[in-house]
Design a protein around this ligand. Structure first.
Ligand code: NAP
Length: 305
């Protein structure tokens, strides 16, 4: 089994133990640098690490030799090659898996925003790219299942962190209404609970998508939980789209302003977000992390001081 992210690597190690200790699977992780501290740490945990680059299909074919199941994820890099690179890397992983004779592919996908929005939002490339790779994988002669992770709770430590407004209170601002629902997941703690379910019953999930979220939270509920857990006042403020765009980095203006409006108008996984995530949740192996638990376990540093 091969994969591409420290977040996912950590959670597999914790959550698919049942499958590995029964001798069903051994783990092999792909990295561009097998001498990196992250790769070395995996080695000490009994994971074989091999070097490959998703842009180099031959390196992938070599790295995947003998693999039974391939877990693949792609990375979005916000430059002029965003779409071409991510789609090509995803296709390379799929083609290499088929060529290496793997039996099963698990891909970390995302919703097709352009299709779900009926063409209203066409700039959310990090989502559409993965959905395009999923469509390509579905056309190949290999069994596949799709892990569709919700918005990462960790985002509130980064791009969506509350900002001080100078009077001791904090604000999260965007162009979406306060009722806008986020489907939230702690991918470090909980991705493996879904991927482990697929590994345990691959036939049952063949062709299926697991929309992985602990729950739906409105922006209003999100700031209320932040206030309750931290003891600070955190408010949500809806601003004009042009104002929100001013706060976004140049490469992310179209992507993030459309993404927030997509969440508002259609929901993270589309109009059926609640039902889709409830269906997948019944198969998650173990209790999922609530947003309140996440905030307690990982206090928001932007609220300190
Ligand atoms: N933020 C959210 O709310 C959210 C929600 C759902 C999905 N996502 C998606 O999740 C993905 C980011 O995941 P993450 O945060 O787990 O990423 P991450 O922690 O930055 O890990 C990315 C990994 O990809 C590997 N990698 C990068 N380029 C590679 C290449 N050319 N060949 C082989 N490996 C390569 C790197 O491994 P080495 O350095 O070891 O080579 C790195 O460990 C993005 O695609 C994003 O769209 C994000």
């Amino acid at each position: 089994m091969s994969g591409f992210s420290p977040k996912f690597k950590e959670t597999w190690q914790r959550n698919i133990d049942g499958e590995t200790t029964e001798g069903k699977y051994t783990l092999r992780a792909i990295t561009r640098d097998a001498s990196s501290p992250a790769a070395q740490k995996l080695k000490t945990q009994g994971v074989e690490t091999v070097q490959a680059d998703a842009s180099d299909i031959d390196s992938l074919k070599t790295a995947l030799a003998g693999a039974y199941t391939v877990f693949a994820m792609t990375l979005s890099i916000y430059d002029s090659q965003l779409k071409a690179r991510e789609v090509a890397q995803g296709r390379n992983m799929a083609d290499a898996a088929v060529s290496a004779g793997a039996q099963y592919l698990i891909f970390s996908t995302l919703p097709h925003v352009t299709r779900i929005s009926g063409g209203r939002y066409t700039h959310v490339a990090p989502f559409d790219n993965k959905a395009e790779v999923e469509l390509y994988m579905r056309s190949l002669p290999i069994k596949a299942a799709f892990f569709n992770p919700g918005a990462f709770m960790q985002s509130f430590h980064g791009a969506l962190a509350p900002r001080p407004v100078g009077d001791g209170t904090f604000v999260i601002a965007s162009s979406a209404s306060k009722e806008t629902q986020f489907s939230l997941l702690d991918p470090v703690a909980d991705s493996g609970k879904y991927v482990g379910a697929i590994l345990a019953s691959p036939g049952m999930f063949e062709g299926k998508q697991l929309c992985a979220a602990e729950n739906q939270y409105s922006l209003e509920e999100i700031v209320a939980l932040m206030s309750r857990v931290s003891g600070k006042t955190v408010r949500y403020v809806q601003v004009e789209e042009s104002v929100f765009r001013d706060f976004l980095p140049p490469n992310g203006k179209d992507i993030y302003s459309e993404l927030m409006l997509y969440y508002q108008d259609f929901g993270y996984f589309g109009p059926e977000s609640k039902e889709l995530s409830a269906w997948a949740r019944q198969y998650a192996r173990g209790k999922l992390t609530s947003f309140e638990e996440f905030l307690k376990n990982h206090p928001l540093s932007s609220l300190e001081g």
